[in-house]
Design a protein around this ligand. Structure first.
Ligand code: NOJ
Length: 457
């Protein structure tokens, strides 16, 4: 059986603007909410770490792209800082901000690397935060303007676009649970309103990217939406356990903002999850139905897959959580190592939404540090890569159209409220000198790509 990855597979690494760029006020940029909280409520971030300098990628992007090229990827996923493009609440585009991303895109292409652009990776401009953020009724239109400005400049060169990354986090953790900027604990109703606003913004931005890219070239763009890969995996391959796991994967659960179907059902199925009015009808914003159906088609679904819950079929109905054996492997951030999520996750999501799947993120946080010989050995990440990618190859072999894999992350970086404690990179960063050291896993990933996965077996 041939289980290597297809030759035209997209192999990449991923980052996001706030987590790596720094250059917080460079080139006319202004604060995002994360810059703001780092500045004014530093105690919200572990160790009072700040994202203002991060990995200084804004000034070192060329060196970073060289390292990326050495790994041999054919794609790089990064995000655009909205506050660089629109530093203020006024319709004037900051062309210096666009210049930076244009250079980044051109330098990627010069190295044979396709740029995959995320428009929103949690860094809301402060000026919009002061106007209510995603609760401002005009937020979707403002996002559409941002998308248009970026697509007008880059749309002749960028094929792959992602409008949003993980709404579960910036709405769930940011507006409802108080764990991410702006650290709000709003009523569920308000957070649901923000979620609907984001879905509307996705629709408007998708239209804008298509329109503006088409006018600047004839490039046929592909637009996706990225969600947390919430997955329940079956404890056994028995039919009942598999069916229970699949159903459980898409349930709204205790906190609907944390589910994937809340966002994906409207986008890919043109309806809200049936459970929503049944269970949360009393708090639903009244205009929720008016938003549907969406008219724009979304080309792919991005899954950020890290871990999963193990379940079996319940005695009467539904799924039951299966406890992990004592001492099960967890990564530094506390997430259990569950490689099977790479098999069942894409399979379940494809069965429900019927669009190509991209693994837009996968990786792990570890305690990495340079050894006396100056090298960074990260055997756990090497083992993690092997196990997760073997499962992914099995999934593709079973006919699920998974078209790409992006490792999170290219570099160690600012892990939001966890500061710099969590190191997710293929490349180690010494934050006091900004020196980069490719870890052992970077070289293993290079071999995986070079052999289309043969080295995994
Ligand atoms: C998901 C997010 O998109 C990314 O920003 C974060 O650093 C990683 N997962 C790891 O938590």
């Amino acid at each position: 059986m041939n289980r290597v990855f297809p030759k035209q597979f997209t192999w990449g690494a991923a980052t996001s603007a706030c987590q790596i760029e720094g250059g917080v006020l460079a080139g006319g940029r202004t604060f995002s909410i994360w810059d703001h909280y780092c500045q004014w409520q530093p105690e919200k971030i572990l160790n009072e770490d700040s994202c203002h300098e991060a990995t200084d990628h804004f000034h070192r992007f060329s060196e970073d792209l060289d390292l990326l090229q050495q790994i041999g990827v054919n794609a790089y996923r990064f995000s655009i800082s909205w506050s660089r493009i629109f530093p203020n609440f006024c319709p004037t585009v900051n062309s210096e901000g666009l210049d930076f991303y244009e250079r980044l895109v051109d330098e990627c292409l010069r190295r044979g690397i396709q740029p995959w652009v995320t428009l929103y990776h949690w860094d809301l401009p402060l000026w919009l935060h002061y106007r209510g953020g995603w609760l401002n009724p005009s937020a979707p239109e403002l996002f559409q303007e941002f998308a248009s400005a970026v697509a007008k400049r880059l749309g002749d060169r960028v094929i792959h676009w992602m409008t949003f990354n993980e709404p579960q986090c910036f709405i769930g953790k940011g507006l409802y649970e108080g764990e991410h900027a702006p650290f709000f604990r709003l009523p569920l109703r308000d957070a649901l309103l923000a979620a609907m606003s984001v879905i509307r913004a996705h629709e408007l931005a998708t239209e804008a990217i298509r329109r503006c890219s088409a006018s600047s070239s004839g490039v046929k763009v592909k637009i996706g939406f990225v969600t947390v890969g919430i997955v329940s995996v079956p404890a056994t391959e028995g039919e009942a356990d598999v069916a229970a796991a699949e159903e459980d994967t898409f349930l709204l659960g205790e906190n609907p903002l944390w589910s994937a179907s809340l966002y994906l059902d409207p986008i890919f199925l043109g309806r809200i999850p049936e459970e929503l009015p049944q269970r949360f009808g009393n708090v639903l914003p009244d205009w929720i139905e008016r938003m549907l159906p969406l008219t724009q088609c979304t080309d792919f679904l991005g899954l950020n897959l890290y871990t999963a819950k193990r379940v079996c079929a319940g005695k009467e109905r539904g799924a039951m959580k299966v406890l992990s054996p004592p001492g099960s492997a967890t990564t530094n951030i506390g997430w259990e190592v569950v490689p099977e999520c790479m098999y069942w996750g894409p399979k379940f999501y494809y069965q429900r939404y019927k669009v190509p799947i991209i693994i837009t993120e996968n990786g792990m946080a570890a305690h990495d540090w340079p050894s006396v010989d100056g090298k960074v050995y990260d055997p756990q990440r090497v083992a993690f890569l092997r196990e997760y990618l073997l499962q992914l190859s099995g999934c593709i072999n079973d006919g699920v159209p998974v078209e790409g894999y992006f490792h999170w992350s290219l570099l160690d970086n600012f892990e939001w409220a966890m500061g710099y404690r969590m190191r997710f990179g293929l490349i180690y960063v010494d934050y006091s000198t900004q020196k980069r050291i490719p870890k052992e896993s970077a070289s293993f990933y290079r071999q995986i790509i070079a052999t289309s996965g043969e080295v995994l077996f």
